[in-house]
Every structure is written in structure tokens, then in C-alpha cells.
Design a protein around this ligand. Sequence first.
Ligand code: C2O
Ligand code: CU
Ligand code: CU
Length: 488
Amino acid sequence: MTSSSPDRLIPSRRHFLALLGVGGATTLLAACSTDTTTSTPTPTVDPGGAGFVQPEVLRSSGGRLELTLRAAPTDLPWGDGTRYAFTYNGSSPGPTLHLRPGDQLTIHLENALDADTNLHTHGLRVSPSGNADNIFLRVAPGETQTYVYDIPDNHPSGLFWYHPHSHGTVAEQVAAGLAGAIVVTDAIDDIAEIATSNERVWILSDPPIGTDASILATTRGDRMSGRQGDTILVNGVERPDVDAVVGELERWRFVNASSSRYYRLALDDHPLQMIASDGGRFAAPVKKDELLLAPGERAELLVAPATAGSFALRALRYDRGGMGAMMGGGGNVEPEEVVVATMTVRGDGAGAGLPTALLDAGELVLPEPSATRVLELGMGMAGGGGMSFTIDGKIFDGDRTDITIEAGTVEEWEIRNTSPMDHPLHLHVWAMLPVDDPVGWKDTINVPARESVRVRIAFTEITGRTVYHCHILDHEDMGMMGVIEVNG
Ligand code: C2O
Ligand code: CU
Ligand code: CU
């Protein structure tokens, strides 16, 4: 397998200069020498590659946002040539959708792929029925499906995302580039320090890189481990350079849109002040030296650039377990440490102040459960020498309902992972509050190998039938998914 070879993961400086073009390189060098005369920084890394770019933003107005998303294979610019990808409206990631509570979102999904696709709004607390967030709908090649989502008036602000959810091809379609961000804003975004910060959405992906559809090929081993691509991209760009200024707060909103890759992020010489997880605002910033982001998870961070210089945002080594642990050798899924981006800071003086209170802590009180449930994430032997990936010993069957709950019930789930790999469990539509660290609401939670995690879930307001699954999307495609129905 070439996908974890370090020379593909750590691009050379020559490659950055090629990406920049001569003019860009000259500008960067000039910027560095200016910094040197004022504050003699010792840059810890080379300045990065291309500038930090964000996807196009589409905002609701008058309570509505209506758009078309066309899913299609596309040759995207890459270095001196192109790379084959799946895109929404010609770009990967697709547009960022900005909504407010109470809005109605209408999406016309056109399928120009040669396989079924569909659309899921990951984390939005909306109906999973009809033509809303209904992942049982399938859109055949050449067809268009209109989705209509009513965002409740009490929907929390936060970062969510959209991606295909057509069982069997989810990992491939997401890995090939189909994903985009959804931002819900409300009064909480008007807190002075946050409103004036430099807001950036970071969609992290690791697509396979190559010029044609052959890049989509995988081995059974890749799928069992969870496929990982050759190169880490931020909003489709390799190792971008973030321009920051001392005294200006940076607000970084991350989505892990990789099929399988975990990101253990750390920024040189700067603590990360975490203010939200998967669309769940914290009561106050939580200082972290590093942040683990499993597939599907989001995190929102404040960074106060402290001094002029260049600082690497690194994805540190993380061992999420793997087939190697189970079968003896092979299938190592631990990536080397990779520089994901660089932050180039100019200016001097005092650092920016952080906000103190972010949210009424009352919103983070654990509801008392009226029922408890155990979910078991497992792996077993399958026919032909492969492994099966199961929840409660079962492989997904869309015609079977695994969990039935009456609306209004609060449950405590103990999610046990009996396997030698981490699995991030994701529940659609209803948010989960971790019992041991109830710092923010979540919709995707990593359950480390051979460990358990407890969460509480209030099955209030939304009713309908949808799914919970492992967000290592190859595992989901192989059946590590169950069906839940909440009856009103
Ligand atoms: Cu992000 Cu059911 O998925
Ligand atoms: Cu989801
Ligand atoms: Cu899994």
C-alpha cells in the first residue's frame, strides 16, 4: 500500500514553490524579511504553500436558502496538471451554507455521477423523514431529488456538514470529494471577541490523488482498516498558509471530512482554546495542547497569535488500532506526523483577549435518563477470510428497525467497543452529551479500541426513522450501522 508512504505525506519545499509560482514565492520571501527586521522571529517551519482559501459561502435571506448541488466527476487543477475528484457544483469542498434558526433550506441534488448518491445534513437537528434528512432516499444517476429542511427556531448555532449517505458507496464518494460545510449562526456569534475574530472554516480531507477514476480502487484491507488518502487537504488545498496578525483572534472551525483518517492536531507554540465541539457550544473556552478529531467530528477553536513567525499546525501520530493488531502485521494505519497548514503571524504587541462566558451553562446540564441501553461495536470473522463490522452483533439491514423509542424519552447509552480499533459512533438528528465530560453536545463520539463511552440523549421534539453508525465510512458501508425509530 502506498497510501501511508511518508514522502507522499510530507510534500517538499520545491513542490510548494511550484504551487506558488515565482511571483508568489517572491512575495512570501519579501514578507519574511520584513518580519525579520522588526522582531527577529525564528520560524519553526518553512512558510506554507498556497494561501488559505475557503469555499464559496451561500447565505440565507428572508428565512430561506435554495440552491442546486450537482454531484459530478471533475478534473480539478492540481500542481501543473489535474486530479480526478467528485465535486459539488465543480468544487471540492462544495459551498458553505450559512443558515439561521428558523430558516428553510431547499437543495436540488442533481446526480451526474455514474452511481446512486443522496444527501445527509450531518448534525442538523431536523426531520429524518420525507424529503428532509432522509438517508433512505436514493438518487439514481441522471436524476434530481429536492430536499427541504426546516431548521427549528431553537436550533443551536454551530458547524455542521453535508455529504452523501447512499449505503455502500459513502466512503468512496466522500473520499473523492463530496462534502461541504453548514454554519448555523445566532446571537451567540455576536459575542464581541468572536464577532471580530478572523473566522475560517477548515474542511479536512485526504482524497486519493491521481488523474483518473482508477484512484477510487481499494483493496479489502483498505476498507477493513478504513481507507486513507495520500495527501491532507484543507478546503481542497495542500498545506495552506494562514496569514494572521498579533492581537487579532483567529476562530478556526474544523470539520473532519475524511472517510477514515483521524487528526490529532497541535499548533506550534500556541494553545488551542476550544469553544465548541460537534455543533455544541461550550460554556467557556477550554484550553488544549492538542485536539483529536475523529471522522465526522467538528471542533471550533480560538487561537491568539502571540508573536511574529511561522508556526505549523501538525497532525501528530495517532494509533487508531487496525487490522494489524488483529491479524498480526500489515495494515498499519498510523500516519506519520504531517504539517497540515502553517500560520504566518506578523505584527507585535499584546495578544488578543479571549471571551469568558460563551453559553448559559444550564444548556449543558445532563438530562436524567429514564432508560439505559448498551451498544456493542464489534468485529468478527466473515466469510472469505475478511472481517465483519457490526453493532450489537448485526450487520446493517435497512428493512429492520434495531432500536425503537417513544418520543420524550431520555436515554443513557453505554457504547462498548470490543474490537482492537477505534470506532467513532455517530447518531443522526438527536444530540448526545458525554457523561464523563459533558462539556458540549456532540453527534459523533470516538470510542477507543476496547473502551466504553457513556452518553445521554434526549429523544424530544424530533420523531422519525434514521440511523446510527461508525463514521469510519468504509465500516458504515460494510454494515456497521443500525436503524433507530422514535415514535411520537
Ligand atoms: Cu456524517 Cu450518517 O453521517
Ligand atoms: Cu450524520
Ligand atoms: Cu468503525
